[in-house]
Write a protein that binds this ligand. Structure first.
Ligand SMILES: Nc1ncnc2c1ncn2[C@@H]1O[C@H](COP(=O)(O)OP(=O)(O)OP(=O)(O)O)[C@@H](O)[C@H]1O
Length: 583
């Protein structure tokens, strides 16, 4: 993605602008510390010239004390400026982190399919972290040290224009050389961050599927890929190391050159009686501070490079538009059943691919549709479109007669409840697992829903009630119990539409009965879509839809289809046991 300078600027200003009062305070402190640093060598000059002229002892002691006070003051004020700069940097980047993370979550599923969570984590946490350490030093390094160097140049030029001019030439040369080295480094550092993100993505992907990798005998292949990736990371680190080293050598050379300018120029002027010995010491002091600033800049070179690379990648992420755009809203009311219309809907995950072909059906508010089809026929894809994880390639989906492209995505998703085969559990209490950590939901409400769903007895078996600790991945809970939990979650949401992706494996009898009861209550007065893996699941539904390779091959009222001996549904009823799972 090609971004313009204005986009980077706008992105930075968006987060830095609210910090302006702190920024003003920091600028004042920074200017104060620069003034003190510039003033100190002047005191040194007075001191040395007074010694040389065998001047007054009181003047000497006064100068020495003033020197100490100014040096100490400069350190204190400079520390305060550094603290404020860090504060500005961290506050700004924390808001950035929050917004970029939210933006990522709201991006469409096609984006998430192309980017592993580990990679996004590296961008949101790693890149924003790099940027915040950059901000913390940026103002101090660039503005502070830059102004200090400028002040020194002006003072030196005022003392002697030729030494001043030589110092200007020297700093221009140094600046150009630094720029050149920087431009050599940027692509290497961009690649370094990308490789780091790839590595995190790789870990994440393979750790998630570790059991499959081991059982399928893929360990050697994974290790080979890992070594290859690590080899690329290492070779890139060598290259960035070379650039950094080159930078340090260049800076040391500039340091020597700066001193040569002062020593040669100063000695000539001293012999010509144009300046005093104190002035030479002062000049040498200024050049030392000047070159120290250059060294400081070189030490933060790496941070600069990484920050430039991070900024580029954050901006790319930030400006990535979601393919699914928010609409003004379609006025869905919580808990009020909504009608569903699929009007000639076609869809594919990738360009040129069609998973759903011209799907058309209607479901009145409060009706329940059972979707039957072999694995891979497109049942899940169909429900994903309702959530607007993707938009159809062609055709329209309507809720209550309104195109869901006009829906506000948060409103839409809040009004659709789903229970999938895989229930996501967190390392947290039963309460937090039910409320998704929303502590505004009172316990009484949870308990009422649990009773209403007929799960009171199950709940009373939980050792610490709502405080019972669950573990991520469902450790300690049976598949059926996890399903129950998901049903309570949906009940809490009070949606207009409920999607149930039935578990393909059988639950134990008792839990299954609990699930069935809870499901019946959940679907009462709501519109429902049930993805069925067994005929038993659709025995009570109003309509049946049979999908085959993304095509609707049958659709109609269940009772009518069951009566029609030619229908696929009735053939299935004749040929399959109601508990048998579809292939
Ligand atoms: N995220 C995805 N990206 C690309 N292709 C996908 C994606 N998800 C599913 N598919 C493909 O779309 C087709 C339909 O898959 P879908 O999951 O909708 O079928 P399904 O009927 O729900 O299957 P199952 O009963 O096994 O869950 C399959 O060919 C599948 O490989």
């Amino acid at each position: 993605m090609t971004l313009h300078f204005a986009q980077y600027r706008d992105l930075l200003l968006r987060y830095l602008r609210p910090q302006w009062p702190k920024f003003v305070l920091m600028t004042i402190t920074l200017l104060g510390s620069i003034a003190l640093e510039l003033y100190n060598p002047q005191i040194l000059k007075t001191f040395i010239d007074t010694v040389k002229a065998q001047g007054n002892l009181n003047t000497l002691v006064g100068s020495a004390i003033l020197f100490l006070i100014v040096a100490l003051g400069a350190q204190i004020v400079s520390s305060a400026a550094t603290y404020m700069s860090s504060d500005v940097g961290w506050t700004a980047t924390n808001s950035m982190r929050e917004e970029v993370a939210l933006h990522c979550i709201e991006l469409d599923m096609a984006f998430h399919k192309a980017h592993m969570p580990g990679e996004l984590l590296e961008r949101i946490d790693g890149d924003v972290g790099t940027l915040s350490s950059f901000f913390s030093t940026f103002i101090i390094q660039i503005v502070g040290h830059g102004l200090l160097m400028l002040g020194i140049l002006l003072i030196v030029a005022f003392i002697n224009i030729w030494i001043g001019l030589a110092l200007i030439l020297y700093s221009v040369g140094a600046f150009l050389a630094l720029r050149r080295l920087q431009s050599l480094g940027v692509p290497i550092f961009v690649q370094q961050r990308q490789l780091a993100a790839d590595l995190v993505g790789f870990y994440e992907e393979h750790m998630n599927g570790i059991l499959d990798v081991i059982t399928s005998g893929g360990s050697a292949y994974v290790i080979r890929r890992y070594i290859d990736l690590q080899r690329r990371v290492n070779s890139n680190s060598y290259r960035s190391g070379f650039v950094e080293q080159g930078m340090r050598i260049a800076v040391t050379m500039f340091l020597v050159l700066g001193n040569i300018i002062v020593v040669v120029g100063g000695t000539y002027l001293l012999l010509d009686r144009q300046i005093t010995l104190g002035a030479i010491i002062m000049l040498s002091n200024y050049v030392m501070i000047f070159t120290n600033q250059l060294v400081n800049l070189s030490f933060t070179f790496n941070t600069w490079q990484l920050a430039a690379a991070s900024m580029k990648r954050i901006a790319e992420l930030y400006y990535t538009p979601s393919r699914v755009q928010d609409g003004p809203g379609i006025g869905l009311s919580a808990g009020e059943a909504a009608s569903i219309t699929f009007d000639h809907v076609s869809f594919g995950y990738d360009e040129g691919q069609t998973i759903l072909h011209d799907v058309t059906f209607e479901l009145a508010a409060g009706e329940i549709l059972g979707i039957i089809g072999r694995s891979g026929s497109g049942k899940t894809s169909l429900t994903r479109l309702l959530f607007r994880f993707y938009d159809p390639t062609s055709g329209t989906i309507k809720l209550n007669g309104e195109d869901i492209r006009q829906a506000n995505i948060a409103e839409l998703r809040h009004n659709i409840g789903i229970v999938t085969q895989e229930v996501q559990l967190f390392n947290a209490s039963l309460r937090d697992n039910l409320t998704f950590f929303d502590d505004r939901i009172p316990d009484e409400q949870l308990l009422t829903f649990i009773e209403e769903l007929g799960l009171g007895d199950w709940y009373r078996d939980q050792p610490a009630g709502l405080d019972t600790e669950l573990t991520a991945g469902g450790g300690g809970l049976s598949a059926g119990e996890a399903q129950l939990l998901a049903l309570i979650r949906v009940f809490l949401k009070n949606p207009c539409l409920v999607i149930l992706d039935e578990a393909s494996s059988r639950l134990d009898m008792a839990t299954e009965r609990l699930c069935m009861n809870a499901t019946t209550r959940l679907l009462a007065k709501r519109t429902g879509l049930i993805i069925a893996h067994r005929l038993a699941t659709v025995e009570q539904v109003d309509k049946i839809l049979v999908l085959e390779a993304g095509h609707i091959v049958e659709y109609g009222p269940r009772v009518a289809l069951a009566k029609d001996p030619m229908s696929r549904y009735s053939k299935l009823l004749r040929t399959m046991n109601s508990e048998e799972t579809f292939a």
